[in-house]
Design a protein around this ligand. Structure first.
Ligand code: PEP
Ligand code: MN
Length: 338
């Protein structure tokens, strides 16, 4: 349930309602909007007894949140969530581009690519130190050494770092080196990991599971929000369908659909979503037109020799710079910034 306070209500009235809800042992989540304050109440509302909350001073009305996810729902928070990471706002006017290699391979490689993507206008450097590979014999990433290389690239360029964390025990370590913790598609429903990043106090990007419905995805985000971390962005990265021409089927319906259901920022990954270089630019543009708040794009200075074999989807420096140039007028046409 959500308790909607009157637009001209006072802080004292909010405090009194919160106290009443808390005395019966229910959990309270405040959402302070420009117009009014919403008080989200999670749990069995019958505990509040018969006396209507509407009778309390400052309360306008109450409304049930019918979706199974609550804190991530638009009913709980009407305004878009804007997340600040490394001084950059995600979910605001800017379309934020995060780019870099599939995996961190060496200090030289990551610094070289960081400079390339920064010059073209990216705000975050992506690159996996812990790689969730489908097969056990594939390159698994450099682990902590890779994180240190990302830190060097950050020191060199000032770019924010987004990198994947795969296990609950690594969350503290990865959080030390990153500005955004990436939760990969294969871990979307790793509930222990979701709870751990919920407590990490760092922005999180939750990728959509390989065959997750939008509702399952938002419920996974709910775990992180319920754990006390409200800085969650979602990333559409393609889903498994019967189509085999592309690596995955990039579900761009999900962008406006999720934005209607939820206040959380939505990022699109056209690299893993298509798996094909020549589709990355058109789908990046389509994602921006559909309302994406950011793009996560694989870029490699020497795609043919990348260690993860994601060469079929990694843009070359020139291709990336060209895409960034082509995005500019499109972003301006929809009233956003790049
Ligand atoms: C990645 O972005 O590095 C990655 C592994 O993607 P996904 O989890 O979407 O497969
Ligand atoms: Mn990859």
């Amino acid at each position: 349930m959500v308790i909607i306070m009157k637009p001209n209500g006072t802080q004292e009235q909010v405090d009194r309602v919160v106290e009443r809800v808390k005395t019966v042992g229910l959990d309270v989540h405040l959402s302070v909007g420009e117009q009014c304050t919403l008080i989200g109440v999670i749990g069995d509302r019958t505990l509040l007894g018969e006396t209507p909350l509407e009778a309390m001073p400052g309360v306008d009305r109450t409304a049930p949140i019918t979706a199974p996810y609550k804190l991530s729902s638009r009913d709980f928070r009407q305004e878009d969530t804007v997340i600040t990471a490394n001084g950059v706002e995600i979910g605001g006017a800017e379309v934020v581009v995060m780019a870099g290699p599939c995996a961190v391979e060496s200090t030289e490689q990551i610094i070289q690519i960081a400079k390339i993507v920064k010059d073209a206008g990216a705000k975050f450097l992506r690159g996996g130190a812990f790689k969730p590979r489908t097969g056990p014999y594939s390159f698994q990433g450099l682990g902590e050494k890779g994180l240190k290389m990302l830190a060097e690239a950050k020191a060199e360029t000032g770019l924010g770092i987004i990198t994947e964390v795969m296990t609950p025990t690594d969350v503290k370590l990865v959080a030390e080196y990153s500005d955004i913790l990436q939760l990969g598609a294969r871990n979307m429903q790793n509930f222990f990991l979701l709870k751990e990043v919920g407590a990490a106090g760092k922005p999180v990007m939750l990728k959509r599971g390989l065959s997750a419905t939008i509702e399952e995805w938002l419920l996974a985000a709910e775990y992180i929000l319920a754990g006390g971390n409200s800085n969650v962005m979602l990333c559409e990265r393609g889903i498994r369908t019967f189509e085999t021409h592309t690596r995955n089927t990039l579900d761009l319906n999900a962008v406006p659909a999720v934005k209607a259901l939820s206040h959380l920022p939505v990022v699109v990954d056209p690299s893993h979503g298509t798996g094909l270089i020549h589709l990355v630019a058109p789908m990046s543009k389509a994602a921006v037109a559909a309302g994406a708040d950011g793009l996560l794009i694989e870029v490699h200075h020497d795609p043919e020799h990348s260690l993860t074999g994601d060469s079929k989807q990694s843009l070359s420096p020139n291709q990336f710079a060209q895409l960034m140039g082509e995005l500019k007028p499109l972003v301006a046409a929809i009233g956003r910034e790049l």
